[in-house]
Design a protein around this ligand. Structure first.
Ligand SMILES: C[S@@+](CC[C@H](N)C(=O)[O-])C[C@H]1O[C@@H](n2cnc3c(N)ncnc32)[C@H](O)[C@@H]1O
Length: 195
């Protein structure tokens, strides 16, 4: 598992809270279709969902884009077990659960057309941000979507645990990312980034 140095909220996600990730209400305030448009994944392309959890959005994106290959990556074997249970109940052959240890990451290096980091930037340490960047092929893009610190919300982590869009841009800028597009949702900001 990764060191958390540099993360806004360095606590590891607690798998006991996994049910919250499956809440279908999430799609009302953060539609998968909108993320699919922001991702703009090429036909037949490889998308890495970095920090997939139970794969709620990886599975929704797989349904929207059956042509895509989706590597659903998590550092916690327990989260991947939960994802596998959900895939057994509702198969998505284009979703592949991958543990983000060295063996899992190596075959993905430099291969991803897009990386999605959803509700995870505030948990990512500096090392994890670097390993995320190494997954992209030249010209690839990452879509960072996270709870906004700038918005009063009835759901999601406390505002002090996450970034606002300006803070997120500042942190990503320090890692060499440039912002190619952005969007705001009710509770989230989204940044399309290149490096
Ligand atoms: C808050 S959950 C979000 C899950 C999912 N993206 C969603 O929105 O439904 C964050 C997930 O990211 C995973 N995670 C955190 N840091 C990670 C890292 N460096 N590499 C891979 N997974 C990570 C956690 O184990 C957890 O499952």
């Amino acid at each position: 598992m990764h060191e958390r140095h540099g993360a806004k909220q360095p606590e590891r996600f607690d798998p006991a809270k996994a049910a919250a990730l499956d809440d279908p209400a999430r799609f009302a305030y953060l539609p998968a279709e909108a993320l699919e448009r922001l991702l703009d994944l090429p036909r037949g392309g490889l998308l890495v969902d970095f920090g997939t959890g139970t794969g709620t959005y990886a599975r929704a994106l797989a349904r929207l884009r059956p042509d895509a290959e989706i590597a659903a990556l998590d550092e916690q074997p327990r989260m991947l077990e939960l994802l596998r249970d959900r895939l057994a109940a509702e198969p998505r052959p284009n979703v592949r659960p991958v543990l983000s240890d060295d063996a899992g990451l190596a075959p993905l290096q430099g291969r991803a057309d897009r990386v999605l980091a959803l509700n995870v930037l505030h948990e990512l340490g500096d090392d994890a941000l670097e390993s995320l960047a190494r997954l992209l092929k030249p010209g690839g893009r990452a879509l960072f979507v996270d709870w906004s610190a700038d918005v009063e919300r009835p759901v999601g982590p406390p505002r002090g645990h996450v970034y606002g869009p300006a803070q997120a841009k500042e942190r990503l800028g320090r890692f060499g990312w440039t912002v190619a597009g952005e969007a705001l949702f009710d509770y989230h900001y989204a940044l399309v980034c290149a490096r």
